[in-house]
Design a protein around this ligand. Structure first.
Ligand code: PLP
Length: 435
């Protein structure tokens, strides 16, 4: 039993380098966070050695007496984290990730070619909510189901609920999905429930980005109104990488549902094999932390920090999509300063600021979109407060100025070389040469 360092120095070095990168950079990717030592210990534990297809008490393998307890503890804590009555809600904690959780949820609720409506990717939605382009069905959720995405209002950047309702009247969806990867505002769940009810459709909320905020009462909870709620566990929730599917056992009118068996079947055996027990244990550890006052404080601070960042950037004259933020992220429209998100992302990489380019509504190119997404959770976990985020805004402003300076100095020919290099993901050395 040799250590990683002794057994595989090459891999040990890469892990150490990534560790150093994480701790020496300003981590602003809205979907990332820093898990605790305890979560990582559980994630790296011998639980990874065990096969346990099935559910607690009904496994296809022997030797699961402790694994059953791990999974049951995780299920109990998941329901407790969102204050759910176990008589009304159940949860499957086995999905390997948010994407597989979503596909399993769709498998549970729908038949092939049923119609779904989710927020379009260029409007801030996630791939797994039925993403397709004019030419191609991209996500399996669009390949196996018929998808008609809804959009944000092109002027305000806020979801166009009126249009969604009108389109739903024509499309008659079987499932309405809410939830996003790059949307800075809270959701009108009442309106979405109304649209779903008009067509006898399910309402699914994918709360991947904001689940930590919801658990801490910092965003509205969809549980009152949704039939199914999915989430990842590694974003604001601050756990390991995995997914959860919550399903109603009892409808809002008190009648029983059959979602429990449908969701459990959809996860295993329809879409997955053996659960990752080490991950489930680590999710359970994270969910124990979610129930603490410290987590609530962190979630409050996440929102304050995101607001401080949005305000500081706005004060410098920059444009935030929707004019600000209700949650943990800011979507920054760079088109008014004539810079692409890819260029700012690249410059930021060079100065140890990690963020990602992002489409803003009205964009035509996903490869070279007009904005960046900036998130507060990871640095909040590292104890950043509002004043620190004002300083982060200052650094980002300087990064924009550098990028613009290169653009201006490069002239039109050099500019093309620069943008081609940046958009193709040029190495740092190439950019230095261009400078
Ligand atoms: N749902 C939403 C809203 C997301 O933002 C993401 C990931 O960013 C996912 C699902 C997919 O999660 P994963 O990357 O774990 O598959």
């Amino acid at each position: 039993n040799t250590s990683l360092e002794q057994e595989d120095p090459e891999m040990f070095r890469l892990v150490e380098l990534e560790k150093y990168r994480q701790y020496s950079c300003l981590e602003l990717i809205a979907s990332e966070n820093f898990t605790s030592q305890a979560v990582m210990e559980a994630n790296g534990s011998p639980l990874t050695n065990k096969y346990s297809e099935g559910l607690p008490g009904a496994r296809y393998y022997g030797g699961n007496e402790y694994i059953d307890q791990v999974e049951n503890l995780c299920r109990t804590r998941a329901l407790a984290a969102f204050e759910l009555d176990p008589a009304v809600w159940g949860v499957n904690v086995q999905p390997y990730s948010g994407s597989t959780a979503n596909f399993s949820a769709l498998t549970a609720m729908l038949a092939p070619h049923d119609r779904i409506m989710g927020l379009d990717l260029p409007s801030g939605g996630h791939l797994t909510h039925g993403y397709q382009t004019a030419k191609k069905k991209i996500s399996s959720s669009a390949i196996y189901f018929e998808s008609l995405p809804y959009q944000v209002d092109m002027k305000t950047g806020v979801i166009d609920y009126d249009r969604l309702e009108q389109n739903a009247a024509l499309f008659r969806p079987k499932l309405v999905i809410c939830g996003a990867s790059a949307y800075a505002r809270d959701w009108d769940y009442e309106r979405l429930r109304k649209v779903a009810d008009q067509h006898g459709a399910f309402l699914m909320a994918d709360i991947a980005h904001i689940s930590g905020l919801i658990a801490a009462h910092e965003q509205k909870s969809p549980f009152e109104l949704a039939d199914v709620v999915t989430t990842t566990t590694h974003k604001t929730l601050r756990g390991p990488r995995a997914g959860l599917i919550f399903f109603r056992k009892v409808n809002r009118d008190g009648t029983p549902t059959d979602l429990e068996s449908r969701v459990n079947m959809a996860v295993f055996p329809s879409n997955q094999g053996g659960p990752h027990n080490n991950t489930i244990a680590a999710v359970a550890v994270a969910l124990k932390q979610v129930a603490t006052p410290a987590f609530r404080q962190y979630a409050q601070q996440v929102r304050k920090n995101a607001a401080a960042l949005a305000n500081a950037l706005t004060a410098k004259g920059y444009k935030m999509v929707t004019g600000g933020t209700d949650n943990h992220l800011v979507l920054w429209d760079l088109r008014p300063v004539k810079l692409t998100g890819s260029k700012l992302e690249k410059i930021c990489d060079l100065v140890n600021i990690t963020l990602n380019k992002n489409a803003v509504h009205g964009d035509t190119s996903a490869l070279s979109p007009g904005g960046v997404r900036v998130g507060a959770p990871a640095l909040t976990s590292r104890s950043f407060k509002e004043a620190d985020f004002v300083q982060v805004a200052e650094f980002l402003h300087r990064a924009v100025l550098i990028a613009l300076k290169i653009q201006d100095a490069a002239g039109s020919k050099m500019m093309k070389v620069f943008s081609d290099a940046v958009d193709k993901g040029a190495a740092a050395e190439d950019i230095k040469i261009l400078k």
